[in-house]
Design a protein. Structure first.
Length: 453
């Protein structure tokens, strides 16, 4: 573990959402002098730049924006790469660092090297559902009276809170394939050389693999590299470790897991606060992970049933008694909207005829006619934004054209009765009326929450 005091560190990638800001601030707190470099210009990184003003004004952090410079990667003591950089083995700046003998690491590597107790680390990956499952595990452990923190690919960096993470703290880490690629020593290894790749040296004590399907092939180059990166999660586990494999995932995808205890959950958890079979499956996996981390099974089940969902992803938000409201603002495609509606047709749900659906937004050119045709099966269809008129036309007069979200929520509230659902699942991007889908979802939550006051 490198002592960072007095070192010159280059952070590759600040990001529009401040992805590099957390590690930059932590590096500065360790006594390093930091250069943050990003190919985006300053005007596109305004919020991230402003978050570091106190450090840049004191000369502890400097910025190179709008370009990368090879010398920044070859004359420093350490490079911290953003895992979003695709095919790192081809990146000329990272290659220059390696050629110059400069060590290259990532924020997640810096974290796992410094966590106090490997036996309390729960790592989660998967091609789908890993964020929800990670958050459910964190929710179930905390609900069981144990202390847990959540980090990795979900939320901000945990480096700044290392001092508060005790040996007894359960650390729940969502790990993307890119993060695992770096953790497993595969960042230098192109797909054609996987046969000579080094064996991974780190895996968490409790490894959770939700499922596997082809994804992120643009980053990895091919399916074999993606699969090998995912397998890092289990590849260095030891006897006494625990591997939890989601019931919809073929265990053959995780064949490199050694002699760790393997658990394949079969029970779905019902009576959740959020709908959908996929969430019942995720909850079953989360309970097994929480139990492996020391929670009581009965208490973990009770806790996971109160999980409200991730923000903007079929998130249950408070509203008036007798009414359920869900913020699915992250739904920006017709396919995701249709899936959200179908969740209410599943076992023990209210049925789509009780769903009042709010849709519409920025026009990305998608075929929205299937959304309009849903109107005949719903309790109500309410359109907003630029695509609202086209969706209403496809509904053959069955939709309420509202234009704005506040009017759509008001109209839906007027037409609902006890047992109904109001669902914001727009099927469109938000940019016509909002800065992003988060702002749209926050307004929806505020509007329906006001009905409970």
């Amino acid at each position: 573990m490198m002592n960072l005091e007095g070192l010159k560190v280059t952070v590759m990638g600040l990001g529009r959402f401040g992805g590099g800001a957390g590690v930059t601030r932590w590096l500065a707190s360790q006594g390093a002098t930091v250069l943050v470099t990003d190919i985006e210009p300053a005007d596109k990184l305004k919020a991230s730049v402003e978050s570091l003003t106190d450090l840049t004004s004191r000369g502890i952090v400097s910025l190179r924006l709008g370009e990368h410079n090879v010398s920044d990667f070859t004359t420093c003591d350490l490079v911290v790469a953003n895992p979003a950089v695709p095919k790192p083995w081809e990146n000329r700046f990272l290659r220059a660092a390696w050629a110059a003998g400069v060590p290259v690491t990532t924020e997640i590597q810096l974290l796992v090297e410094r966590l106090p107790a490997r036996e309390n680390i729960i790592g989660i990956t998967g091609s789908a559902g890993k964020s929800t499952t990670s958050a459910m595990i964190h929710h179930a452990i905390n609900g069981s009276g144990l202390s847990a923190v959540l980090g990795g690919n979900i939320g901000g960096s945990l480096l700044g809170t290392l001092a508060q993470i005790k040996p007894s703290t359960r650390v729940v880490l969502e790990l993307s394939s890119a993060m695992l690629c770096w953790l497993g020593g595969l960042a230098k290894v192109p797909p054609s050389e996987l046969g000579s790749a080094p064996a991974p040296t780190w895996s968490p004590h409790i490894a959770v693999a939700t499922n596997f399907s082809p994804n992120h092939l643009d980053w990895h180059g091919d399916l074999a590299h993606y699969r090998r990166s995912k397998q890092v999660l289990l590849a260095a586990q030891k006897i006494g470790d625990i591997a939890i494999i989601g019931p919809t995932s073929e265990t053959s995808h995780w064949k490199h897991a050694p002699a760790a205890q393997r658990i394949v959950p079969t029970a779905e958890i019902d009576a959740l606060a959020i709908p959908g079979k996929h969430n019942r499956i995720n909850a079953g996996v989360a309970v097994e992970a929480a139990v492996a981390a020391g929670a009581s099974r009965d208490v973990a089940i009770a806790a996971v049933r109160t999980f409200p969902g991730l923000p903007h992803r079929l998130q249950r938000v408070p509203s008036r008694p007798g009414l359920r409201c869900f913020n699915d603002s992250k739904s920006t495609t017709p396919e995701s909207c249709l899936l959200a509606v179908r969740a209410f047709d599943e076992h023990a749900e209210c049925g789509s005829s009780r769903v009042h659906l709010i849709v519409g937004g920025y026009d990305k050119g998608s075929d929205l006619a299937p959304i309009g045709r849903l109107a005949s099966t719903l309790g109500g269809l309410y359109t907003i934004g630029k695509t609202g008129p086209a969706i209403a036309k496809a509904s053959e007069g069955r939709a309420h054209e509202c234009g704005t979200l506040d009017r759509a929520v008001a109209a839906a509230l007027d037409h609902t009765k006890d047992g109904d659902v109001i669902l914001l699942s727009p099927a469109c991007a938000s940019w016509d009326q909002f800065e992003n889908y988060e702002q749209r979802g926050d307004l929806f939550a505020s509007l329906v929450r006001g009905t409970s006051l």
